[in-house]
Design a binder for this molecule. Sequence first.
Ligand code: SF4
Length: 415
Amino acid sequence: MDSSAGLLPAGGVLVADTLRTAGGDQVACPAAPLLTGELRRRGVTAVTGPLFLGTKGLVAHHKLIDRDGRTEAGLGVATLSSDLAARESAQAALAAWTAVATARTILLASPRSFCAGVDRAIAIVEQALLTHTPPVYVRKQIVHNRHVVEDLTHRGAIFVEELDEVPDGSVVVFSAHGVSPAVRAQAAERNLDVLDGTCPLVTKVHSEARRFAARGDTVVVIGHAGHEEVEGTLGEAPDATVLVESAADVRQLRVADPQRVSYLTQTTLAVDETADVVDALRQRFPALREPPTGDICYATTNRQNSLKAIVSLADLVLVVGSANSSNSVRLVELSRRQGTPAHLIDRAGDIQPGWLHGVTTLGLTAGASAPPGLVDDVVAALSGLGTVTVHEREVTRETIHFGLPWGVRHAADGS
Ligand code: SF4
């Protein structure tokens, strides 16, 4: 019986994740997410599943043969034979991917993916879902990654933009990026049961903002306008803080007393670019006072350093992360500044075949909010285009761990 046909969407395409022969052989097709992504970009409904080579409507398939003559991987698609447009798209997508099917080396930057602050914030939501009576609300994305948010939504978390959307007395988790005192006050007024996912390294910046403002300084916050973390930091001392995004902004600054200026930064900035802004501040305000330790966090710094270790060796860099993830976007920018093309991808299916022409060495990393499994998925998908040799370059070992807030531990212990 031809069970592949049952998976075919009307007018759509089935992309094989396994090719099965009449003789019972099975050939894995790890590149299925790549082919599926290309079809979706072409506006075709695509699903993945096993494909029998005798399927009626089979468009084409492509096998990769290893050096010993064994079939090691395959790409396969089937379409409903009645849908000409879908057939043509499937053929074109398959041709696009087979054109870049070759053996590759992947240079894996390390550290990459989740940091201690992201781990902690996600764990707080997970514990809340286990120990609190639903619903559990989360203000803003708990971390800037769509997979994390989709997964927690699937498990019952309700994500909202503002506290107005949360009923009085409910459980609400604040995101890793932190909130301003005004949001905390609103939560208290509404009698909300707050679980605070703010990263301790963001909390450190907030306390510096209060301290610097209390001693009478104008506090220059270096960061990106509109970013949640920056809004929270500015909210700590709104009358004393001023935002700059670049060295050019520094030239426009007007302060009450040039002898009393200090600065802070967003935790997820580019280290090199921020140094330029700080230099501009020092030139304008020689008495500039600095935070006791840098505000760009260890995770951001390590991910940039680990990318720097591989970027010049790679023909292309892929950064796994979401578009609203500041530290992920910084990694793409870093690569491009160093002269290596780079793309930000949320998942393997976002990779476009045109990016891989002539690419035999690929650099791969992920922002601090991107789950490590997504990087594994990219490596697996690329292995469907030919033998992949992975070299991991670890520039430092991260051992930092942030404990859960007392209230969360207490609820988990049931004590
Ligand atoms: Fe904390 Fe840095 Fe991770 Fe942000 S990127 S959650 S500041 S450790």
